[in-house]
Design a protein around this ligand. Structure first.
Ligand code: FAD
Ligand code: SF4
Length: 349
């Protein structure tokens, strides 16, 4: 039986899993398809994270450093797994860089893909330069300036449209992406901090600042930062004769049509299944659930197992999740993988 655990994906989930397995003394091979580690918060350049308020590059950077500094962890960047042979206890994975890895268990932390707003064309993304996504605003916050891409002016009025690519049956996205209400209220406050004269609006169907995020984000954004929340159903985003954007829809509280001019419109994009999931399902021999996320095995006594024995799955590969939850999933998978390998070893002895 191989003593090594193969971890695929080096976002918060995979980094946590790799460190967790290594802390038990076992060897880890960590395979990441991008040329840098850290997953979405690093690759997409997030600003300050919810709920810690720490810059993503510092918080996730520490997770990356812990893994890079651990002699028990071998890292392959810019690499994918192309083939998996064998079974639990003795898998052989072929890597795209020509190497192969013998591993007792495999952990999948392959995460999600950001919703591409081009798939919601009536809300103006791809047509108007000043319609952007939350990831673009995260990058503006990192750069220290909120500006309209069309001409660099500081916007007088910004609106954030929630649930873009989530809770939208018409485009096949039935799920709630869980974190975007909180991330958007946080961004509203960050915009106001950088540009105190800018008015920030949030258009919502429902507000789901779950758990402890209700007062820290939802109420604080309103009471301290004067963010205006409008319960609305948005029909379209167009442009007026003065080039300002027009957000059209219905205020669903007073049941009246609204047409409101804005300088910058922000899509709070959701979390799609990883575009690689059909390939991952084929290579690793694991199942997908009905929306295209990776599927679980038995929930309660075999948590974080995939549909194939010896392969575990967690984090945003399973469903939209926040970073804290992904870190817990990573540790839980490490525990499961090492525990199951120990039991298998004892049975074989
Ligand atoms: C705009 C936005 C802002 C957010 N801000 C916050 C926040 O402030 N706080 C918070 O808690 N959460 C936030 N989130 C959620 C956060 O992004 C996720 O919880 C987290 O990134 C999920 O971690 P993960 O490791 O499961 O997946 P990912 O971060 O997606 O990492 C997966 C890794 O696997 C790699 N990978 C994928 N496929 C393969 C493959 N086939 N082979 C090898 N490697 C592969 C990817 O390149 C990536 O490095 C935000 C989400 C969005 C959309
Ligand atoms: S978290 Fe909020 S913005 Fe995101 S999908 Fe759910 S309700 Fe919509």
């Amino acid at each position: 039986m191989s003593d090594t655990v193969l971890v695929v994906g080096a976002g918060p989930t995979g980094l946590s899993a790799a460190a967790g397995v290594a802390s038990t003394g076992r060897k880890v091979v960590l395979v990441e398809k991008e040329n840098k580690l850290g997953g979405a918060p690093i690759i997409s350049g997030y600003a300050k994270l919810v709920p810690s308020g720490e810059w993503a590059k510092d918080a996730i950077g520490r997770m990356v450093k812990r893994v890079e500094d651990d002699a028990r962890i071998t890292i392959h960047k810019g690499t994918k797994v192309t083939r998996v042979d064998g079974d639990f206890g003795n898998f052989t994975a072929t890597l795209s860089n020509g190497q192969s890895v013998n591993a007792g268990a495999i952990i999948l932390g392959t995460g999600f893909t950001h919703f591409d707003s081009i798939n919601k064309p009536e809300w103006g993304f791809g047509t108007y330069e000043d319609v952007v996504t939350t990831t673009q605003v995260e990058q503006m916050v990192v750069a220290g300036k909120i500006a309209c891409p069309s001409d660099g002016r500081v916007p007088e009025r910004v609106c954030i449209l929630l649930c873009v690519g989530s809770r939208d049956r018409q485009i096949g996205r039935e799920w709630c992406s869980k974190i975007c209400c909180t991330v958007s209220t946080n961004l509203a406050m960050e915009i106001k901090e950088l540009s105190p004269k800018t008015d920030v609006f949030i258009y919502y169907m429902d507000i789901r600042t779950f758990g402890l995020y209700e007062d820290k984000y939802y109420w604080r954004a309103q009471e301290e930062f004067r963010t205006k929340f409008v319960k609305a159903r948005i029909a379209e985003v167009t442009q007026g004769p003065d080039k300002r954007l027009l957000v059209k829809g219905e205020d669903t509280l007073v049941k009246r049509p609204i047409v409101i001019p804005m300088d910058l419109v922000v899509h709070a994009i959701g979390m799609d299944p990883n575009l690689d999931n059909p390939e991952i399902a084929k290579v690793f021999g694991v199942g997908l659930e009905k929306h295209g996320f990776l599927d679980r095995g038995e929930h309660y006594t075999s948590s974080f197992s995939s549909t194939r024995r010896g392969i575990y799955v967690g984090g945003a590969a399973l469903a939209p999740e926040d970073i804290d939850t992904c870190i817990s999933h990573g540790l839980a998978m490490a525990m499961r993988a090492v525990g199951d390998m120990n039991s298998l070893g004892q049975k074989a002895a």
